[in-house]
Design a protein around this ligand. Sequence first.
Ligand code: PEP
Ligand code: MG
Length: 582
Amino acid sequence: MSERRLEGLGISPGIAIGPAFVADDNIAVPEYRLEPAQVEDELARFAAALALSVKQLKKLKGKADGLPGTAKEEVGYLLDAHLHMLGNSRLVRGVEKRIEADRLNAERAVMDEIAQVAESFAAMGDAYLAARIDDIRVVGLRLVRNLTKTPYAAIQKLPEGTIILAEELTPADTALMDPRRIAGFGTVLGGAESHTAIMARALNLPAVLGVAGLLEHVESGDMVVIDGSEGRIIIDPTPATIARYETRREERGRADRLLSRLKRLPAETRDGESVVLQANLELPRELQQAQDAGAAGIGLLRTEFLYMNREDLPDEDEQYEAYAGLVRGMDGKPITIRTLDIGGDKLAAPLMKMLPPDAPNPALGLRAIRLSLKERRLLDAQLAAILRVSALGPVRILLPMISSVSELKKVRVALAEVVRRLKRRGVRLPKQLPPLGVMIEVPGAALAADALAASADFFAIGTNDLIQYTLAIDRGDESVAELYNPLHPAVLRLIQFSVQAALRANKPVCLCGEMAGDPRYTALLLGLGIADLSMAPSNILRVKQRIRSLDIAAARRRAAAIMDQLDDGRIAALLDDFNALA
Ligand code: PEP
Ligand code: MG
């Protein structure tokens, strides 16, 4: 078969070339007998997996509409067939019977039923039915994947250089990928600002998300090229294609080595304005990368990693050890620790019980600080661990998804209680307690920035969510990815408004959304008055290079001109022209 080129969202730059591992085909199937009293629960578990499978297939159908030519009909037809098999079908009835009569766990019941259906189709000697055997197997595996709900544990054991292809990967799945073994990955679903994408950039793994038709006609072991810069995946590349991409990979390596010379130079504009460049950390193992890039601090420590890929909650001591390693590692440079931001697209097994199972809109539901304030033991353990590490070095506490001053006040009360408790335990705390800041990532918080600036010790502007909530564009949904626009005038005004409120109140303000790490936006953000940017460590030197090439005075003038525009196309043109000049 000749090579196949597929387009998607290039969300983490770089080139990977290697054998594919199709994650969805490699699921471990548990097997056990049920007690009679467990049968009803097992039927309910199966029904939930069935409903989820139908929902996923419908989502994939929407996605297939974007495929070119006849591929759209072909994939659409296939997905219809899969949906049909999940209706009141022989497959579904057969599985239910095995759970009830044979008292088999649902995963095993599905596998046994698929095997039997396939056998009877094969025995009929009918070419049409024989062709359906594969579909039954694929549908069955979808059910099993949804039943097991386990991350792709096998990811940890793959041979070096493997490329993972999957329908969807959660941030927790991605966190399991060891960049020494995994060369890159591609998925059918997922948007550019999703946490899976952020995790990919954190691990420096070339990745392409939102690739329609990716899993049709590809098998584990097939050769694959991932072009994370251009957003392209090539399956079964020709030798000439491989050679071309190997050259590009080498060129990129050379450019990175050149960039590393900037490490010791200051992040300063040509006219002498200095900018603080900090690192966002998803995982503690990025500490080395942050140091290698010369980060001035950790501007955002996302603490979700502590809760992922496990069943129990991390206690105060475990959190203390994790934070202490980073504070010591940064050797006197500041670190901003954000409290738990679970909910929305960031999920973690030990917290699932605390979240409503059928939240109609998780992005607007019990997420982040809302969950921490509702489940005080989560907040208290985290605050206690952070307070304890503040004795080891400069630490700040950051609260995610704040939408009102009253939430901040509640956290201040909680913090005071935790301080008292720690003192009773004889824990020595520094005289100066860590500053308590808020993420500005909800439009309401940006509009209430003056009030928040009066109560908070600092701001961290989270453009990823600010854009999502301002424009009502799901950051993780590839079908609306084109509308996700950091240069929308509404977004820029909210950023400007927040920055000015912070500056008026004399409070530090940092911007830590993905915009901070893209050199395209550097001049605009500096021009708007931001002098502290926090980003994935791999972006620090690229942004520094941009800073060293521009004049702050010119950037301010251009930012002012941009803020007079109402049309986002015009804004983009003004910015890109400016970038092309300097
Ligand atoms: C943001 O929303 O911009 C942000 C930095 O937080 P997160 O990406 O973790 O939601
Ligand atoms: Mg956010």
